[in-house]
Design a protein around this ligand. Structure first.
Ligand code: ASP
Length: 354
């Protein structure tokens, strides 16, 4: 653990995309609605009074994160890239519902990132007295501005900060719709804990190769799907998903360490799909732990059908990784397959097979 102190005036750009954090009560109707940027600023005057220079850039319109689409991810990534040279770090205010998808997507879109991009949001609107918005925002700004003894960004990754924890973005999942502690990173330690001091776990943070410029991957492809297995799932349902026109990739949510029913029709349907070129990746329905298709006979069938392992990746990270890889490599399925089996932004851990 490392305790940081920063020197000098840092510049942080806060990008507002919407969500509960950006909401206030309408003065007449009392209904919650997105705040304009001046109203938002009036609720958090502290962030402009400290020794970090904060500027705000609102998207228009501010949206509920249920309406976020890959075009919005591209806009977020482009905004970071366009302002990259002028700021020391970025904070993205975003609705909590799909924050893990957006934050994961940006982790794949922003290669060689050397500056912090911290997503945060709130469970209660900024305009509500007990809101968690102010604390989340203030700490996210402090993290985005933090540097180490060498003057480099303390956390040069895409991250999610919520309540008291900083997580690697592509390891997160929204776990709670009610409590302030809304996110978790089940298969990877938090990168920092905020108490009286912010304690950084420097040994868990990813650092970029020096001198490689930021590189953006802005093409996405939505010809992907998620299929969650359940006891009693029938052939019609499975084939309907696999027969989706233009389907390129499928996240197959399996049981335990990557197991599926042993029914021959399932094996056949999956095999026919992979033979057609659809890339299927096995992701366990468990929040914690990893896929291991060598362990049980019922999983070995999946291996034989050409299904790949997702190891300990989250569904949010796997899906957004597929979308960016297919978008960037439309004619190179072998490359997509290879990269899906390779950690490219710290999104999964492949167990040592000695
Ligand atoms: N529905 C909201 C959103 O995701 C919830 C939130 O921000 O917490 O935009």
């Amino acid at each position: 653990m490392y305790r940081f102190s920063f020197v000098g005036m840092k510049r942080i750009l806060v990008i507002l995309t919407g969500g509960t954090i950006c909401m206030v009560r309408h003065p007449q109707s009392g209904a919650l609605c997105p705040a304009d940027v001046e109203t938002f600023k009036a609720y958090v005057p502290e962030i402009f009074a400290g020794d970090i220079r904060v500027e705000m850039l609102p998207f228009n319109p501010l949206i509920d994160s249920s309406d976020i689409s890959p075009e919005n991810w591209v806009k977020m990534a482009t905004t970071v890239a366009d302002h990259y040279a002028n700021y020391d770090g970025f904070v993205i205010l975003h609705g909590t519902d799909t924050m893990s998808y957006s934050a994961s997507a940006l982790s794949f879109m922003l290669e060689n990132l050397a500056k912090p991009v911290v997503f945060t949001g709130a469970q209660l609107p900024v305009g509500v007295l007990r809101s968690d918005a102010k604390e989340n925002l203030l700490t996210a700004i402090e993290i985005a501005a933090a540097t180490n003894a060498a003057g480099k960004a303390m956390v040069p990754e895409v991250t999610v900060f919520f309540e008291d924890s900083l997580f690697r973005a592509n390891r997160t999942t929204k776990k709670n719709a009610e409590r302030f502690e809304a996110f978790d990173s089940f298969n990877y330690p938090s990168l920092a804990k905020a108490g009286v001091h912010i304690q950084y776990r420097t040994n868990c943070i990813r650092y970029p190769h020096d001198n490689f410029p930021l590189f953006t991957h802005l093409h996405t492809c939505t010809d992907v799907a998620v299929l969650k297995l359940f006891p009693g799932i029938n052939e019609t349902v499975v084939r309907a998903v696999l027969d989706t026109p233009n389907l390129r990739g499928l996240v197959l949510e399996t049981y335990g360490s990557g197991n599926a029913p042993s029914a021959h029709w399932l094996y056949q349907a999956l095999k026919q799909a992979t033979d057609k070129g659809i890339i299927i990746v096995n992701k366990t329905q468990c929040s914690m732990g990893s896929v291991d298709m060598g362990q049980y006979e019922v999983a070995q069938n999946l291996l034989k059908a050409g299904v790949l392992s997702g190891y300990d990746i989250t569904t949010e990270a796997l899906l957004t990784k597929m979308m960016t890889l297919f978008g960037e490599n439309p004619d190179n399925p072998e490359k997509v397959k290879h990269l899906l089996q390779t950690p490219i932004a710290g999104e999964m851990t492949i167990p040592y097979q000695g």
